[in-house]
Design a protein around this ligand. Structure first.
Ligand code: 5GP
Ligand code: MN
Length: 358
């Protein structure tokens, strides 16, 4: 069946409601899948949808390819998540036998690793809810809105469209708020649409404690993480003013030295953007078998295209990621050597084109 591209809005969408009702009745087991290296939006939107379906009396499971970082484990229902890496057989069974499969916060199966391969194999009816550009067409219903702050915002609108805003309780609202807050850097980027604030207002009306949510996500780090941040900024940050670019990196040895645990370098990539005149930042993280790279920009420089063209990645205009099989110094050299060409092509390092803008 050709995918039906439903663009859902705040108002109830009768077509979506009808399609969903038919599918729910046909398929009692729902499975929600999100992407590798799950972030606050992946986990928050998945848990919110999980709680919503549970409340609506449906059987529902969540599969996420790998472990959530510590600062997300407090989210209500986190212990229910089936981590593919830890429970391969159970996760495989869930995905292959799902009647209705939701793909959340990613738009191409490869972003869900091995779980994504299973999604491709699964005959289940698939609904994608996502806000990244250029969705591939693996799903039967595509709810894709690149203007949305986050998948969590879209899940709110999805529940509304399904006619159930009354089921959104403080638990669901907390998960959704955590998702929107994380994906916007606390309403810093991806957050210029009035619709985002309508959804946030609705969440606040459910009685959530926004300060508690902030504190649980952002004030939950170890001393090691703060020292690692200090080390990165003091010793590892390279600034290239002529290209309005900065970058940082962490090797396996450095991670060991600072007793790095998953999530410890979350957000580090954003810091150099606070330097006046810097519009493009990369953060290189050495892992056992590849280099993971995060990109951030200010303004019109498209990090998504840069990540796709050079580092087998993708994401959003101002926030994206990719990876490399090169060594850490080689990956950095490749990045630096690409800059002059991008400056020439896109003009992002040309002072005139940014005059008065930043
Ligand atoms: P982060 O830098 O925080 O890991 O990711 C920022 C954004 O880029 C997120 O929206 C994430 O989905 C996307 N992203 C990160 N890594 C990759 C990747 O390897 N491939 C793709 N397609 N997107 C990525
Ligand atoms: Mn997201």
């Amino acid at each position: 069946m050709a995918p039906q591209n439903y663009k859902i809005s705040g108002a109830g969408d009768a077509r979506l409601r009808e399609a969903l009702k038919v599918r729910l009745d046909m398929a009692p087991q729902i499975v929600i899948v999100s992407h590798v290296n799950p972030d606050g939006d992946a986990v928050g939107s998945s848990l919110a949808l999980y709680h919503y379906f549970s409340k609506a009396g449906r059987k529902v499971k969540i599969v996420i390819p790998d472990q959530c970082p510590d600062f997300l484990r407090w989210l209500p229902g986190n212990e229910k998540i089936i981590i593919y890496k830890n429970k391969k057989a159970e996760a495989k069974n869930a995905i292959l036998n799902a009647g209705l499969l939701f793909a959340l916060d990613f738009n191409t199966p490869t972003r869900a690793g091995k779980a994504g391969e299973l999604i491709s194999q699964s005959d289940s009816y698939k609904i994608m809810i996502d806000h990244h550009p250029n969705p591939s067409d693996f799903a039967d219903i595509v709810i894709s809105d690149t203007m949305a702050s986050s998948t969590a915002e879209l899940v709110f609108r999805f529940i509304e469209s399904a006619g159930d805003p009354g089921l959104i309780d403080p638990v669901i609202a907390t998960c959704l708020y955590a998702g929107i807050m994380s994906d916007t850097g606390s309403f810093n980027y991806n957050s210029s649409q009035p619709e985002t604030y309508r959804v946030l207002a609705e969440l606040l009306k459910r009685g959530i404690d926004k300060d508690y949510i902030y504190s649980m996500v952002y004030d939950n780090y170890s001393e090691n993480r703060m020292r690692l941040l200090g080390y990165c900024l003091l010793e590892k940050m390279a600034v290239i003013p002529e290209y309005k670019t900065a970058y940082m990196s962490l090797s396996l040895d450095e991670k060991k030295e600072y007793k790095y645990i998953r999530g410890d370098a979350e957000g580090f990539v954003n810091y150099p953007l606070s330097i006046k005149g810097i519009v493009f930042v990369a953060f290189f993280m050495e892992n056992d078998d590849h280099i993971k790279i995060s990109f951030r920009s200010k303004g019109s420089f498209d990090t998504n295209v840069f990540a796709q063209e050079n580092f087998d990645g993708g994401g959003h205009l101002n926030a994206s990621g990719g990876e490399s099989k090169l060594s850490l110094p080689e990956a950095i050299n490749k990045f630096v050597s690409l800059l002059p060409d991008y400056v020439r092509k896109k003009g992002f390092g040309n002072p005139e084109s940014y005059e008065g803008k930043f």
